[in-house]
Design a protein around this ligand. Sequence first.
Ligand code: AMP
Ligand code: ZN
Length: 110
Amino acid sequence: MCIFCEIIAGNIPSTKVYEDDNILAFKDINPVAPVHIIVVPKVHIESANEINSENSKYISYIFEKISEIAKSQGIDSYRVINNCGEDAGQTVKHLHFHIIGGVKMGEKII
Ligand code: AMP
Ligand code: ZN
């Protein structure tokens, strides 16, 4: 099992901020901003390269819930990041979105 599947299964502890049948959101263990949440589909999808017509419903569902998750953390302005693959710095091979906020960020993405 990958580390995020272990978190979903409850085998590795996490600070959950939202959970339902399809997705889990928890605090990043190494936050880069005052608010840094990881949102994952419960089904294991390796990366954005593996999104297809069968599983894209989980991705759209995550985006349905993102504003609610952000609001629960006290922010309505934030950056959503997905790292896909090695050059982009994807370290955990379970598709996830970073919600980052609580700080004034610049206009540049990198
Ligand atoms: P990425 O570089 O996009 O693959 O991001 C992986 C993220 O997962 C990093 O920001 C890590 O800090 C975070 N992370 C890794 N292990 C854990 C964990 N056990 N609990 C919470 N966040 C984690
Ligand atoms: Zn997984």
